[in-house]
Ligand binder design. Structure first.
Ligand code: GLA
Length: 703
């Protein structure tokens, strides 16, 4: 190593990344791992084996981070270090920008690394500046390229489909490329989520193991690539999917990638999740440190079959439960083609005069009279072929010429890239809120992917479509947020088809799945809680699963609780229990929303799931225990707790029980030290253990 090598050290509380400027002014990733205690040790990690942001067309023959065809047709890029700057964004955050440049071409690449010290998070993104005379074509544009040199690599990823979101799978990587991606355009995460854990040397557990947890903040097509080379080096590339997306970048323009967010830890997946949760609440999610509202939604209770009187009657159900808000779902709009089924009216966002003669205003007033807030469902990016909007603006629709219309859920996607369509979508929401200032919540849905996609607006630049669509969506959201900075908006895409930190800058929570069966929801919510904090994971009690209301409620309580149920069909006992459950939830929700999550027993490993939240001061914890299956003489051992203060004493109390039920928890009502609870634990499976039973335990410091 030559003395003149310049090092750029990026540090968080427990992790560090070192970039080195080596021969020919190339930039190398020399280190990514635990932070050194002594800064002098950084000098020892000056490896210049792996260029940090590899460009295609030169010497490297594996997957590139970037590929550019210059205005003159030259398909290669050489990136040389020019300069770097570091600036403090706040007391916890430093942004380092490294400028690289092609020595022959007027093209600059700026690598951004934002370190969040306390949360141990690094966020990276890239700016590509075309200072050439003509249009260049970008065919790869990674948000991040990271290199690893371990003996083995284990990848955990999450996939599924409508109703089966976020199934966790773990696999060892072998030589070659593993790509996890989406080509769906919109509702892009329906089959695969952009989140992963990558464990080094051996699979990591909740409490042990060296790993990174990473995710791309992008609501469109993404691509996470994992390639092992001939020397067992792994490169991880995360970014927008280059599929069908050679991007034409005009002279003078800058192309900015989405953000890749990751954390490095040596303390297992549990710590990685807690880091991401802390970051999300502080920086990643709109109003991530503010409380959420409990609500009653009417979708599963009525679908589109309702009228004004029925809705007002449902308000009484919301009151009986004691929730904050009533959320009116799909089916409230359309007059020429009323929205009585999913075949019509998307785009015609006027109240259905037959169903709602008094309009939204009447509903807001009625809700208000009952001291209830009111929220409403919208699917603004979509259009039904049977709609007045389609008749007026057939040119506003994404669809291929000379091909049959490709419908999904009987609908098409609007050409949001067209600024007029962006104005239309903005105005739909703005007018609704201006006319009805009482509307206190929106559920923003997106029920289909793109097929046969062609933008009439983009004309001969069709390969910009997937990228520009998502950017256009963010444009509209940014405009709305400018005017309505704090209105809670739920992100939904036919269940959990759009769940990422690119969108969550503008949204306060998301809908994980239309599958609300309590048993299934244990797994789905477990999946999302790996990467998103509980206050974003909307979890509703419904009657989809046939489980007892106690079980369904306990499952909803692990996330952001709400209801989607016909209260009229519940028994007096169920209503009494549910009302008490809402009061309990409001009392303990601070711990669930803002506390630290500890996953104690995984439903992927045992026929039960146990998790707990502990508040930051370790004064209060809430534990959720779900028995999913139980066979005769099966032995379910004691469960050791986590996240408590060993020196404090804690009272154990089972809460959220059915009226008149008695706890069978042997430790109920007793006091133990945190040390004991973390070394011995609780006997959560005492008494008559049965499948589909659950308990919630409140753990309160007494000293
Ligand atoms: C999607 C959503 C549901 C509901 C319906 C309405 O499927 O995921 O929650 O809003 O649309 O059509």
């Amino acid at each position: 190593m030559s003395q003149s090598n310049k090092q750029i050290v990026l540090e968080t509380r427990n992790s560090a990344m070192v970039l080195t400027v080596g021969s020919h002014q190339k930039l190398f990733q020399s280190y990514l791992g635990a932070r050194f205690n002594r800064s002098a040790d950084y000098a020892a990690v000056q490896s210049t084996r792996r260029e940090s942001y590899i460009a295609a067309g030169m010497e490297d023959l594996f997957e590139p981070a970037i590929r550019v065809v210059h205005a003159d047709g030259n398909p290669s890029l050489a990136l040389r270090y020019v300069t770097h700057t570091s600036s403090k964004k706040d007391d916890n955050t430093i942004e380092t920008i490294i400028t690289l440049k092609d020595p022959q071409y007027a093209l600059q690449v700026l690598l951004h690394y934002v370190t969040f010290n306390k949360e141990d998070i690094i966020k990276t993104f890239t700016e590509i500046k075309n200072q050439e005379k003509g249009t260049i074509t970008l065919s790869n544009y990674a948000s991040a390229m990271l290199h690893f040199d371990a003996s083995k690599y284990w990848l955990s990823h999450f996939d599924g489909d409508y109703m089966t979101e976020m199934r966790m799978k773990e696999t060892q990587l072998t030589t070659g490329i593993k790509i996890l991606d989406s080509k769906l355009g919109a509702r892009a995460h329906m089959y695969r989520s952009p989140m992963f854990y990558l464990s080094l040397d051996k699979p990591s557990s909740e409490r042990e193991g060296e790993l990174i947890a990473g995710t791309l903040g992008w609501s469109g097509n993404f691509q996470n690539t994992f390639e092992i080379d001939q020397q067992n080096g792994l490169r991880v590339i995360s970014g927008m999917n280059p599929y069908a997306s050679d991007y034409k970048l005009e002279a003078g323009k800058t192309f900015t990638t989405p953000e890749f967010i990751f954390t490095y830890t040596q303390k297992g997946k549990g710590q990685a999740s807690r880091n991401l949760h802390d970051w999300a609440r502080n920086y990643g999610v709109l109003d991530g440190n503010k409380p959420r509202m409990t609500l009653l939604n009417n979708w599963e209770a009525t679908h589109m079959d309702f009228n004004q009187d029925l809705l007002v009657e449902l308000f009484d159900g919301a009151k009986k439960l004691g929730v904050d808000l009533f959320l009116l779902d799909d089916g409230w709009f359309g007059n020429k083609y009323p929205r009585d089924a999913d075949k019509t009216a998307l785009g015609d966002w006027q109240e259905d005069k037959k169903k709602l003669p008094g309009g939204i205003g009447y509903l807001v007033r009625q809700a208000d009279a009952k001291d209830l807030k009111f929220g409403i469902w919208l699917e603004p990016e979509m259009i039904s072929p049977k709609s007045e909007l389609y008749e007026k603006h057939p040119e506003w629709v994404l669809k291929l010429q000379n091909r049959e219309e490709s419908l999904s859920r009987n609908q098409l996607v609007l050409d949001l890239i067209n600024p007029k369509v962006q104005d239309f979508v903005y105005n739909v929401v703005d007018e609704l809120l201006t006319k009805n200032p009482g509307v206190a919540f929106i559920k923003w849905d997106c029920n289909r992917m793109m097929t046969n996609a062609y933008s009439p607006y983009l004309k001969n630049k069709q390969s910009n479509l997937y990228i520009d669509y998502t950017r256009s969506l963010y444009n509209v959201m940014a405009r709305l947020r400018n005017k309505y900075p704090h209105l809670p908006i739920m992100l939904c895409a036919g269940g959990g088809g759009r769940t990422d930190y690119g969108a969550l800058k503008y949204f306060t929570e998301f809908w994980p799945s239309d599958n609300t069966d309590g048993f299934e929801r244990v797994f789905i919510q477990w999946g999302y809680l790996n990467f998103f904090p509980a206050l974003t994971v909307s979890s509703h009690v419904t009657s989809m699963g046939k489980q007892p209301v106690k079980f369904r409620t306990d499952v909803a309580m692990m996330g952001k609780m709400g209801y989607d149920i016909r209260v009229k069909n519940m028994t007096e006992e169920e209503i009494k229990f549910s009302n008490a459950a809402v009061i309990t939830y409001k009392r303990i929700s601070d711990v669930i929303w803002f506390g630290d999550l500890y996953r104690l027993i995984s439903p992927y490993e045992e026929p039960r799931a146990v998790l707990m939240y502990a508040d930051k001061h370790k004064n209060k914890a809430i534990l959720f225990n779900y028995i999913l299956n139980f066979r005769r003489k099966e032995y379910l051992g004691k469960v050791k707790l986590d996240g408590l203060d060993p020196d404090k004493n804690y009272r154990i109390e089972e809460i959220n029980m059915m009226p008149d039920a008695k706890s069978v928890l042997p430790e109920n009502g007793e006091v133990f030290s945190g040390d004991y609870l973390m070394k011995v634990g609780l006997n959560l499976s005492a008494g008559k253990v049965a499948a589909i039973t659950s308990s919630v335990i409140e753990i309160t410091a007494t000293n």
